[in-house]
Design a protein around this ligand. Structure first.
Ligand code: PMV
Length: 360
């Protein structure tokens, strides 16, 4: 599919008003997206676990206006008007307007809230943009009536990507691939798809305990980080490595090879951070507690042989990943050894999830 496939057919009905509500989860990349071209086209393919507990719930109420006029909307975050979120949403609307022309014919009221505290250092852009995109495509479905489910999901993912790249992986569960990759002919730079190959039972109920090492604003925004991959001395090698890791993961997922899974996932996390350390300007996004946690996970794994590993996003927090089969031991270890390294002892127990849900 190309961008043109997401331009709508003429609408056949214009209800006077309505309201839709969606809850969309966050996701955690196993092979990382880091570096992009214009319009959030990724420099390399990625794959992620869809999460469950960390989610955004968004309602969009729509009221028909007289004729067509510039986009108009109100924004409420956790019940209160939120003016400082508006420019980001306005930019998103400007980008997606040609794919959803109805947004100029309605006044929109957006009400959004997160399941996790705003100040937790967990980025809400993936779940937030996914929930908003789903609401908007759902409204379009009311105007167009005929919209197959596969197309619905693809268009929601396509639009979410234009809001925040990794948001395109937050529509469906439980393992999502995004970015053109020769090993998956139906893969696309434009939207995420369900990982199409066999996935062993060992990966079915994976857990992700998110250790909140540093809850403040991220030191470097992801858009600044992506841009640092332009003219980065190691960029091309890194982009190829992502393809190679996807090649390797095919057998890993099929056979339930947790040892090789850990090698790939931890290497991906450290490579993301290595890219930040070797860019110009350069950044260290980890904190001392991030390294303490990583070393404790390595020591624990060496001592117990249990398949517990970590990944990182572009910040200091640590995602501890482990299969259902070691859940009790992993949680005990986290409480005994790792929580002391979290800011105010805070962490979030999440797990792999089934994707976004319509709530109304
Ligand atoms: O979607 P963005 O632009 O916030 O970028 C996300 C980048 C990482 O979280 C670091 C990696 C990924 O693939 O999600």
């Amino acid at each position: 599919m190309t961008e043109k496939d997401f331009l709508p057919k003429p609408y056949n009905q214009f209800p006077a008003e309505g309201k839709v509500t969606w809850k969309a989860p966050s996701n955690i990349a196993l092979v990382k997206y880091w570096g992009k071209r214009a319009n959030q086209v990724p420099a390399n393919p990625s794959v992620s676990f869809t999460l469950d507990a960390c989610a955004t719930t968004t309602s969009v109420s729509f009221t028909r206006k007289e004729g067509v006029s510039p986009i108009s909307f109100d924004l409420f975050f956790e019940g209160s008007p939120k003016e400082d979120f508006k420019p980001k949403i306005q930019t998103f609307f400007d980008r997606i307007e040609e794919y959803l022309p109805f947004i100029k014919q309605y006044h929109l009221k957006i009400e959004t809230s997160n399941s996790f505290p705003h100040s937790s250092g967990i980025a809400s852009s993936a779940s937030g943009m996914a929930a908003l995109a789903l609401c908007l495509v759902d409204i379009e479905r009311e105007l167009n009536s005929e919209m197959p489910q596969v197309f619905f999901n693809r268009k929601a993912s396509f639009l979410a990507r234009l809001g925040s790249g990794s948001a395109c992986r937050s529509i469906e569960g439980d393992l999502i691939q995004w970015g053109a990759y020769k090993g998956i002919p139906e893969s696309s730079d434009l939207y995420g798809i369900k990982y199409p190959f066999k996935v062993h039972q060992a990966f079915k109920n994976f857990h992700d305990t998110i250790l909140l090492v540093h809850k403040g604003q991220k030191q470097v925004s992801s858009s600044v980080g992506h841009n640092l991959m332009h003219n980065h001395p190691y960029a091309d090698r890194r982009f190829n490595q992502a393809h190679e890791n996807l090649d390797k993961l095919k057998d890993v997922f099929e056979q339930g090879d947790l040892t090789e899974f850990i090698n790939i996932v931890e290497s991906e996390a450290l490579t993301l951070h290595a890219m930040m350390m070797t860019s110009m300007p350069y950044f260290i996004l980890m904190k001392p507690d991030t390294l303490e946690i990583i070393n404790k996970i390595w020591d624990y794994r060496a001592a117990t042989k249990l398949p517990i590993c970590f990944t990182l996003d572009a910040g200091a927090n640590v995602h501890v990943l482990y299969p259902e089969s070691v859940k009790e031991k992993a949680i005990q270890f986290i409480k005994d050894e790792l929580v002391a390294h979290c800011e105010n002892g805070h962490y979030i127990c999440d797990r792999i999830g089934a994707g976004a849900r319509r709530l109304g």
